[in-house]
Design a protein around this ligand. Structure first.
Ligand SMILES: [Zn+2]
Length: 339
């Protein structure tokens, strides 16, 4: 059986490996799926499940039969998605207990029962230990997919029992081609504002899901606000002006997570400029236009960029540690020599 997994873009060797495992009947009952936000972790997990349940054995997953549609539309009670609950920041033992109780109940309408654990890297150590037995000896009809950005936070005992499937970032041209052929908003944006379209493709960081989410006008506006603030902070670095710095600090607001997001965006921009000072061919993560970034990097000294970068890192650590947001921003500006 040749499994195509056509909903997964790129990632040829990963798809080959899964196809071989399915046709050779050597598929594991548990996998860790690792990849950045929007890289297709859910789609991969659901596609593997669909391949196993598809009624068209010559073209599984066909994505059109009843089983495939149920699985991909997550309309089946046998696809159980467990994420971080409510306003918690971790997945605790109580969530694992629910899975353990549910696991013994046979599937409803599929041949399989599939548990997708989102943000598996945020499972507490106790939760991971509690999960271990289910992972080792699940009923035959159970499959687990542990989704995470990085498996580093998972215990070795978990990692040794679930092979890692790593989704690669795609090339910008692959992202562009996909969104243009799958979403009319992409075509429209490209026609109306080529610069904004290029920024969306670039900011997706090789992840189709991220690019598609940025086609939403509100999400795109949030991204552009972040980028504008980062550029504004950079622009005052060459000519610090106390009033403007205080104005920018006020404009960032007081919400810890929002401020942290803005600071990370500036970090990316500064990082790009520092990298370009070392090598013209450095890979960039903030500036879509290399020439523009190169020109910008000549306006600053490495020392001033380093000092801003280090002040940003300290501020992010302080925000993580629950510091006062405004005081953190003020001391960051002082450390960077902006006020
Ligand atoms: Zn099918």
């Amino acid at each position: 059986m040749d499994v195509k997994l056509s909903k997964i873009v790129g990632n040829a060797s990963l798809k080959d490996r899964i196809s071989t495992d399915i046709s050779g009947n050597t598929l594991s009952h548990a996998y860790i799926i690792e990849g950045p936000e929007g890289s297709g972790k859910h789609t991969l997990a659901l596609s593997i499940a669909a391949a196993l349940c598809c009624t068209d054995k010559d073209a599984a997953p066909c994505y059109t039969c009843k089983s495939c549609r149920k699985i991909l539309g997550t309309g089946s009670p046998d696809i159980i998605i467990q994420g971080i609950e409510g306003d918690k920041v971790t997945i605790g033992v109580e969530s694992v207990r629910k899975i353990k109780e549910d696991i013994v109940i046979a599937p409803n309408d599929l041949d399989l029962k599939v548990y997708i654990i989102e943000n598996a890297d945020s499972m507490t150590v106790q939760a991971q230990n509690a999960f271990l037995l289910s992972l080792e000896e699940p009923p035959k009809y159970v499959m687990f997919f542990l989704l995470c950005e990085s498996s580093g936070a998972l215990l070795e005992t978990i990692r040794s029992r679930a092979p890692i499937l790593r989704l690669e970032r795609l090339e910008d041209c692959e992202v562009e081609e996909y969104i243009l052929s799958h979403d009319n908003r992409a075509k429209q944006l490209k026609e109306e504002d080529r610069g904004a379209f290029n920024t969306v493709v670039f900011a997706s960081n090789g992840c189709i899901g991220k690019a598609l989410s940025l086609l939403d006008a509100q999400k795109r506006k949030a991204l552009f606000d972040e980028r504008e603030t980062a550029e504004r902070i950079l622009s005052i670095l060459s000519c610090p002006n106390r009033t403007e710095v205080l104005e920018i600090i006020s404009s960032l607001g007081k919400k810890r997570n929002d401020v942290a997001r803005y600071l990370v965006s500036v970090q990316y921009a500064v990082r790009d400029l520092l990298m370009l000072k070392k090598s013209d061919s450095a890979s960039l993560c903030f500036f879509p236009d290399r020439d523009e970034a190169q020109e910008l990097s000549t306006r600053y000294t490495s020392a001033s960029l380093m000092s801003l970068y280090s002040a940003l890192c300290t501020a992010c650590d302080e925000l993580d540690a629950n510091s006062n947001v405004r005081l953190t921003l003020l001391s960051m500006a002082q450390r960077a020599g902006l006020i």
